[in-house]
Design a protein around this ligand. Structure first.
Ligand code: PMP
Length: 420
């Protein structure tokens, strides 16, 4: 079946609002490392990595072998039984945790579910349904996760069990406030727009869907001081920023010198396997007792076997270090492109999570089309779809980064000065 026929059949059976990239959507059928192939045999450099998910690369033999041998034995039993890989994985995550004291982990099947669980734990522990989120954030598609999503295109409903206030995002795209004033807005919200007894503040260390926007230095630290005055919990949504993606640190929030109370993760944890987790201070994680809670597929045999192999691969192969080295090189290269081409308004992000702001969604689409024709897949993002998102697997080489940057530069030049 060719892609045109597949698209026709997709449209017939899938809801109309499902977004697909490219005028002629692509069907990927194979991957190896940071390369992927479509159903027509075209090869691409994968510089989006399944929306920041493919962290160790595609079809990594060390991970494939573990998943295969697990699949031959048992996919799934139940979290009502002991699952060895779940425990090994949780122990390793706790070892790597930036949260001091005793930590516990709860496994789920996705990022939305991880945030849903973290919000449940935080609101139960604090006995408050009030939460502060950041404008421009994306936390998922379920009711709770969507209600803390401060980004209009992804707010299909305003209905929620939570009372959410949205703090000003300290990025120029959202307003003129610097880190100190924007943190002051969190205090202002607490004092003027809530009961004063707020459960949690939730934020992504680098906003993913929001276009790889990272708050300026000092912002999160100042916010944390304000939260600490009344015991408000800090939830770091690390669905995109964990596992070394940001290069300098294993967890994205560490770059800001802040110790969160809860961390949510998904995407990179399973390198593509459906998987998510919440990790946090034991007393918060335990606070649901004596109520029960379960996620049927959370931490199943197959996902945890793969995730444990993935985590070992990340650690044993120094992927965080590679993200820092190659990411640093790529960022400098992108800044060079920005100097040469007026349409590039900003280069941002860290490690292998880099955003190129064009300020114009039409231009982004045209650049993405040209890059695809020239063999490189990038993502797009931002409130208005005006940013290019670059997030290859962390195994990517400097040579591949140079090739991808060259293609991006030629595409940006290709849409021309009048390209806006
Ligand atoms: N949090 C963040 C930061 C995300 O980027 C996403 C997904 N884009 C989610 C949560 C939701 O994850 P999922 O789609 O796996 O439910």
């Amino acid at each position: 079946m060719n892609p045109d026929e597949l698209l026709r059949r997709h449209r017939a059976v899938m809801p109309g609002w499902i977004a697909l990239y490219y005028e002629r959507p692509i069907e990927l059928v194979r991957g190896e490392g940071f390369k992927v192939w479509d159903s027509e045999g075209n090869e691409y450099l994968d510089f989006f990595g399944g929306i920041v998910t493919t962290i160790s690369g595609h079809a990594v033999p060390e991970i494939v072998e573990v998943v295969r041998s697990q699949a031959e034995r048992i996919f799934h039993s139940s979290t009502l039984y002991l699952i060895r890989n779940q425990i090994l994985l949780a122990e390793k995550l706790v070892e790597l945790s930036p949260i001091s004291g005793e930590n516990k982990v709860f496994f789920v099947g996705s990022g939305s579910e991880a945030n849903e669980a973290a919000l449940l734990f935080a609101t139960t522990y604090r006995n408050s349904g009030e939460v502060i989120a950041l404008r421009g954030s994306y936390h998922g598609g379920s009711y709770g996760a969507m209600s803390v999503t401060g980004q209009a295109p992804w707010r299909a409903t305003s209905r929620s069990a939570l009372d959410v206030s949205y703090a000003i995002n300290p990025h120029p795209a959202y307003g003129p406030l610097g880190p100190e004033e924007a943190a002051g807005d969190v205090r202002n919200l607490i004092e003027t727009a809530t009961t004063g007894h707020v459960a949690a503040f939730i934020a992504e260390p680098i906003q993913g869907v929001g276009g790889f926007i990272e708050p300026p230095p000092g912002y999160f630290r100042r916010v944390k001081e304000i939260l600490d005055e009344t015991g408000i919990l800090f939830i770091s949504d690390e669905v995109q920023t964990a596992f070394g993606r940001t290069g300098d640190h294993f967890w994205g929030i560490e770059a800001h010198g802040v110790e969160p109370d809860l961390i949510t993760m998904a995407k990179g944890i399973g390198n593509g396997l459906a998987m998510g987790a919440v990790m946090g201070r034991a007393e918060i994680m335990d606070s649901l007792s004596p109520k029960l809670h379960i996620s049927t597929f959370g931490g199943n045999h197959l996902a945890t076997a793969g995730a444990f192999a993935n985590l070992n691969f990340i650690l044993e192969n120094g992927l965080q270090h590679n993200a820092r080295e190659v990411g640093g090189y790529l960022k400098r290269r992108l800044e060079g492109i920005a100097n040469e081409h007026e349409i590039v308004a900003e280069v941002r992000g860290r490690g292998l999570m880099l955003g190129v702001e064009l300020g114009d969604a039409v231009a982004v689409n045209r650049v993405l089309e040209l890059c695809r024709e020239r063999g490189v897949l990038f993502g797009k993002g931002g409130l208005r779809g005006s940013a290019i998102r670059i997030s290859p697997p962390l195994t990517v080489t400097r040579e591949a980064a140079e090739e991808a940057a060259g293609v991006l530069e030629s595409a940006i030049a290709g849409i021309g000065e009048g390209g806006r």
